[in-house]
Design a protein around this ligand. Structure first.
Ligand code: GSH
Length: 95
């Protein structure tokens, strides 16, 4: 099993200006395997799974294998991933 990256459907937007790409690129650069889950874009209220996981509707979100989830500002998520600290968020999400 791998983690899941819940992100918007606009995978062709490949600039660090875009929140979902920023986090996906960090996972790719770190060689972390993930399953991509494309969430509905509009309206936000269609993002039922994102809301269930995190209690809010913004993307991106990382879902761990145990069903816990990690969501922060995308820049912070990317920094966490790049610093090798993603597992600490898994622990935090589970507690
Ligand atoms: N400042 C937040 C912004 C998150 C954000 O706007 N995410 C986009 C991803 S495409 C989104 O959910 N947009 C749709 C919306 O705001 O309804 C971050 O950097 O994580």
């Amino acid at each position: 099993m791998t983690i899941k990256l819940h992100r918007c459907r606009f995978t062709f937007l490949r600039s660090d200006r875009f929140e979902c790409h920023r986090v996906q690129k960090a996972l790719d650069d770190q060689g972390i395997a993930y399953e991509l889950v494309k969430a509905p874009y509009f309206p936000r209220s269609r993002r039922k799974e994102v809301e269930r996981l995190t209690g809010q509707q913004l993307l991106p979100v990382i879902e761990f294998e145990d069903g816990s989830a990690y969501r922060e500002e995308s820049a912070d998520m990317a920094a966490t991933i790049r610093s090798g600290q993603l597992d600490t968020k898994r622990a935090a999400a589970a507690s």
